[in-house]
Write a protein of this length. Sequence first.
Length: 416
Amino acid sequence: MDMTTQELLEKARQAKGAMAMAGTEQKNRALLAMADGLERRCEDILEANRLDLEGAKGTVSDVMLDRLALSQERVAGMAQGIRAAAALPDPVGAVLSRVERPNGLVIEKTAVPMGVIAIIYESRPNVTSDAAALALKAGSSCVLRGGKEAHRSAAAIVAALKEGMSAAGLPADALQLVEDTTRASANELMAARGFVDLLIPRGGAGLIRACVDHAAVPVLETGTGICHIYVDRDADLDMALRIVENAKCSRPSVCNAAEVCLVNRGTAEKFLPALKELLSVRADHPVELRLDSEAAKIIEGTVAGPEDFDTEFLDYILAVKVVDSLEEAVSHIGAHSTGHSEAIVTADPEAARRFLTQVDSAAVYWNASTRFTDGGEFGLGCEMGISTQKLHARGPLGLAELCSFKFVIKGGGQTR
């Protein structure tokens, strides 16, 4: 019988005490058993995913279908992500700072589990296993609410993960998948004060905005990524071409892919024709360039509309603008960025310093692709998402960011 969202929230809350008491060795044993369970149940998961793909065809774009699709390799990758989480240091119980007061009190700021972490996400099934692994390793219960397109896949993945948890003696109730895929369940999670300690939305701008605007529980805002690359007057043009192509084309459907290229007027006459030649003749997928009026004087392409510099395309589309100076580039990014990842390509260390200091995003790059904004690439292991806000956590959300802390005070009878 299907459980209501409220019933499964109660189960997750009841399990959080046992999760908080679980030691590192037990949590790691459970994670390894969960990874094994994914591989053992691979055929069941792929069959569920096949049904999801059939149901989604014709209703979502090819890029989104690719996000939804699983293969034996992708399931193996999910299992590897869980094993990577098991290999990471346990953040729970770490003493973040220690003060010994003149009166003899010892005050330790200590990392503790968040409690119940709820994640609302859209169609990527690998988020199911990544999110569960990170939340459980951080000592919390985990409530997952995926998109309806991927619900069969998520249910098959969660069934395999729960088997592994039970085998290692962790409470299977600490992992819950919301069965109601209507908007009502998302609203219930947003309103679940006393049950949800942290809500993390992962998906499009609309979902994230709804959570930030309406949630009664604490929300970690994760990022839509209108990411910019600024090609400076003193850029190495071959390097700039490689970086822009990688940032746009290596995987356009992800949040750290570049959506806007800003080009300094001093290099635009050389750079833009080379960029057009590189991106428009790509065999697997040419890129549509949407050009501001100045770029359109130099190369041919689609004329950019008013929305094109404020759109996360998640597709083979790149908005291009010519700017007069580094200051104009920084100003444009300040007005249009979502605060995710921005890069400058330049040989001038002073220009780089000014860019890296003035651009107010979670990750800022000098001479590298924005595609590195990722927990694994930053050495944090798999991640829960990329935070684009400033309080509590910013950038890739690894294990440490999924913990809270408490002050533990040890005395010998002191009174005030």
